[in-house]
Design a protein around this ligand. Structure first.
Ligand code: ADP
Length: 315
């Protein structure tokens, strides 16, 4: 059976980028160019996974004319989608780039009617068994309770479908603490987030990864930007060293690394190899101006340049 990936983005967006020379506030600024694309962390995961040749479908919640635009944009880029449609409109996220600076205006998204929570759970329950792996990325829509990702994990767990979870803040904290009966296969925090979710007082990141509060999660990819990552596989921690590059735009590198990890799992590679593909995809994205995009030559080149070494083991 062909390996199929499902990416969940509950709060997607249309990303709009205006390059504006000498941007100033308090004046009229004319945009001579604009770039619009389907956005949101899980959509970036899907775009990069698709570029890596992985069959992928996006799900989540869309609404209104902007929601329709988002699905047309996915159609144009040949990415499959299967969203729940809400009366609440999909949000816009605007980035203005000017002489190396970026100013962002990010809508938080409309309040979702309560019935959409149930409708999406039913939808997810119906479709999840058609996939081999699920990624859940980003924040919850306004009005959703903090245990919502637990409900998605319970549904996936009941159908034996592994889930990689990439979220942050209180939702990450809550989901990690309350998922002992339905753990995600992998979480992908950064160094700030890991401190917030463990009870360890060690300043050593490897020790924090081995903290009992995370023992139920089999794999943790602690991404460290240009410094690579640490990978905790059950009771072992590996350091992942990456070559130096001059990054152009690292936004979306975390999403790309989740796509690379999924690619590795689709090839039945070991978790160590999947982590190498994760790094290669993150780095290849960092070299592109466009968020959530990789050049395959760069991806293949970097995949062979990543060094992974065991750093610690519990006694
Ligand atoms: P997140 O976006 O989730 O914070 P990171 O910024 O840690 O994730 O990026 C994920 C991966 O992408 C890193 O582990 C690394 O492999 C790659 N990456 C990100 N930023 C850079 C950079 N400036 N230079 C080289 N690689 C990078």
């Amino acid at each position: 059976m062909t390996f199929k990936l499902l990416t969940v983005t509950l709060n997607p967006a249309i990303d709009i980028n205006y390059p504006i020379k000498d941007f100033e506030i308090n004046t009229v600024q004319r945009a001579t160019e604009d770039f619009k694309s389907a956005g949101g962390k899980g959509i970036n995961v899907a775009r990069v996974a698709s570029e890596l040749g992985l069959p992928v479908t996006c799900t989540g919640i869309i609404g209104g004319k902007f929601g329709e635009w988002l699905t047309h944009n996915l159609d144009e880029t040949h990415i499959k989608h299967d969203f729940t449609v809400s009366p609440a409109s999909t949000r816009l996220c605007i980035a203005i780039n000017s002489e190396g600076s970026q100013t962002e205006i990010l809508e938080s998204g409309a309040l979702q009617p309560e019935e959409i929570q149930t409708r999406f759970l039913e939808h997810f329950n119906t479709i999840v068994s058609n996939y081999n792996l699920v990624t859940i990325s980003g924040s919850l829509p306004k009005g959703f309770p903090e245990d919502y990702y637990i409900k998605l994990l319970e549904i996936a767990h009941a159908q034996d479908i592994p889930v990689c979870l990439d979220t942050s803040g209180q939702v990450l904290n809550y989901t990690v603490t309350h998922s002992k009966h339905c753990p995600p296969l992998l979480i992908k925090p950064n160094d700030e987030e890991i401190k917030a979710i463990t009870s360890s007082d060690s300043i050593n990141l490897a020790n924090q990864l081995l903290d009992d509060s995370l023992a139920h999660i089999p794999y943790i990819l602690l991404s460290l930007g240009k410094n690579g990552a640490l990978l905790r596989i059950k009771e072992e921690v590996y350091n992942i060293d990456i070559p130096k590059i001059v990054a152009v735009n690292p936004v979306g590198s975390g999403d790309s690394s989740l796509a690379g990890f999924s690619y590795g799992l689709s090839k039945n590679e070991s978790f160590e190899s999947a982590a190498k593909f994760a790094m290669a995809a993150g780095m290849a994205n960092a070299l592109e101006a466009r968020t959530g995009h990789v050049d395959l030559d760069n991806f293949n080149k970097f995949s062979n340049q990543i060094i992974i070494e065991k750093v610690a083991k519990t006694s």
